[in-house]
Design a protein around this ligand. Sequence first.
Ligand code: ZN
Length: 315
Amino acid sequence: MHFEVTILGCGAATPTLKHAPTSQAINWQGKWILLDCGEGLQTNLRKFKIPLQKIELICISHLHGDHVLGLIGLLGSMNLFGRKRLLKIAGPSAIVEFVTRSLELTHTHIRFPIEFIDCNGLGDEAVITWGENTVRAFPVKHRIPAYGFNFLHCPRIHRLRKDSIDAQGLQRSEILKLKAGEDVVRDNGEILRVQDHCEPLKPAIRYVYSGDTEPCDAVRTAAKHADVLYHESTFLHELSATAKSTGHSTAQQAAILGKEAGVYLLILGHLSSRYRDENRVLNEAQGHHPNAYLANEGMRIRIFPGEKPSVHYLE
Ligand SMILES: [Zn+2]
């Protein structure tokens, strides 16, 4: 099991020579997911060798241009390169109209099916679930409807110890029960306990993406004990009033939230071009969360169960 995030863009508002607007690619054991589609996304998809046609799901946090203006171009390219397989797009309700109208007006005739997932209507339901993996959306506090996303790998299926299968002469029904985490009581009163006959469950993996937001409880809750939290840090704390009025967070707020949630690794994103020296953003955050990093294009974060997440940089 492995989980890998590649940062394709981490700048705020507008493309600059330093940063592309927000976008990330996730490789979750071979399943490819995009998080936001800022302008210029396709260049970095190519640069960092993300397999375009293998992308199964695109999660859009909100409809501000710097998070969504790369989406239509991407759909056009997928079409041009002969995509046939289904693409799922999750986001705020208006994503359906944005995509369908943009495709119509640009005469982009898509020949592959798109399934929209309206995050507003999901309630407790996940965006997608497969095996022991779940993607959930949660509403955050921005100027327009906006969501964060929570990626959770939570092992539930126990692996039997081989010596137990041989020694106990386990029946099929008993094996199924133990695998599901239930103790078995035999007719003769003998109890077969999960902890005696199964390997310990591997630890969970959790990655949380804040999207654009003021500091809010929804992120704090989702990020509880996360391996990695990617939190926007658009401003330094000296501009906290501006952050509040525009629905954004300061580096200090992101770091305090990460610390309170018990996050192991904090990645600071949505970096504003107003700070030529981004180390000011990093230093402010590290005063509250020592394990904070600045996002950068080509940054790759790897998470394996039971190990500390690691950060690498692609050329
Ligand atoms: Zn925004």
